[in-house]
Design a protein around this ligand. Structure first.
Ligand SMILES: [Zn+2]
Length: 325
């Protein structure tokens, strides 16, 4: 009897011991797993991890922002009032125009400054989500221009489309917000050099995404094509983030786009020529504008996915407003 009880006690001991060992093992592996989860890259880290690819040029270290080294001689503008305190929604409606609707019926808003015959266009937010800082920059520029309308030359009208992809912006602030509501990359849907799919080497690969059912299939792209054909801009800037630099629209090269890129590079520290990751940017806005509409066009990538680089882009605006092909 006592021998049997002793055997049961030993058995219970063994069960306790193995349970304790199991618990220790569980804690150990869950620690490893949560460390692995923490190291999963966010949008910035994901972009930078492209640099790990052996065949690609490494991405630059993007922070902090060094002072511009190629400052052109431009007359200083009035210092902006602190912070973008004014939001576009409360601005005088006379300067605001809805040029169309997104796939989910959100308004595509353009703000106009100046009444001159020379039209220039800035597009922000073509990639929603983690490129939201381009929309913030557009809003800061809009607020500045409401405070300082005198900076627009008398012969010029400046149009700012503050967010071409409001559906992406509404869906997410991260990489999930890049596409529009149909999971289309709005910078790959333009009817020039269009492809539904493309070689992903060196390109953005963080979510499945496509170029649309056909070239120009998306409501946002259709609205902007119609608007560009109506206002016939003499030059165009499309803002992105982050870090790759300034891209001149045109395949093959369109020399006026290159001259605009050079003029902007003079007053910024954004890489020019841009960093080449080997990606083929099929069906994009600036190639379409340059090659099918002969509009000098550039993409500008902000330094990161957070900052608006406002001081730099105020200089860009000044150069852009004064620029002639
Ligand atoms: Zn982009």
């Amino acid at each position: 009897m006592s021998k049997k009880l002793g055997g049961i006690a030993a058995l219970l001991w063994a069960i306790n011991l193995s349970a304790a060992l199991g618990l220790i093992a569980l804690l150990y592996f869950s620690g490893i797993l949560s460390a692995a989860a923490r190291s999963e890259p966010g949008p910035d880290a994901s972009l930078l991890s492209l640099a790990g690819s052996a065949t690609r040029t490494p991405f630059p270290t993007v922070t902090p922002i060094p002072p511009p080294t190629r400052r052109a001689t431009i007359t200083p503008w009035p210092t902006p009032s602190p912070g973008p305190s004014v939001t576009p929604m409360v601005m005088p409606p006379a300067n605001r125009q809805v040029i169309g609707r997104s796939e989910e019926e959100r308004p595509l808003e353009v703000y106009r400054f100046g009444r001159g015959p020379v039209h220039k266009l800035i597009v922000a937010g073509i990639h929603g989500g983690y490129e939201y800082n381009t929309v913030q920059l557009a809003d800061e520029l809009i607020a500045y221009l409401f405070d300082h309308p005198e900076v627009v030359p008398g012969d010029t009208s400046l149009f700012i489309l503050r967010n071409l992809n409001p559906d992406g912006s509404a869906r997410a602030m991260g990489v999930e917000g890049r596409a529009n509501a149909n999971n289309v990359d709005l910078n790959r849907n333009w009817p020039y050099n269009w492809q539904k799919e493309w070689e992903r080497d060196g390109c953005w690969i963080w979510r499945p995404i496509e170029g649309g059912e056909y070239a120009g299939s998306e409501a946002e792209v259709q609205a902007l094509i119609a608007y560009i054909d109506a206002i016939k801009p003499m030059a165009l800037i499309s803002y992105h983030s982050a870090a790759l630099g300034i891209f001149a629209g045109g395949v093959p090269d369109f020399p006026p786009s290159i001259r605009l890129a050079e003029a902007v590079a003079e007053v910024t520290n954004y890489p020019w020529p841009p960093i080449d990751t080997g990606c083929d940017y099929t069906g994009n806005l600036t190639d379409w504008a340059a090659n099918t509409r002969s509009i000098p066009s550039i993409d500008i990538e902000l330094t990161n996915h957070r900052d608006t680089d406002f001081a730099q882009n105020l200089r860009v605006l000044q150069v852009f407003l004064g620029w002639k092909p």
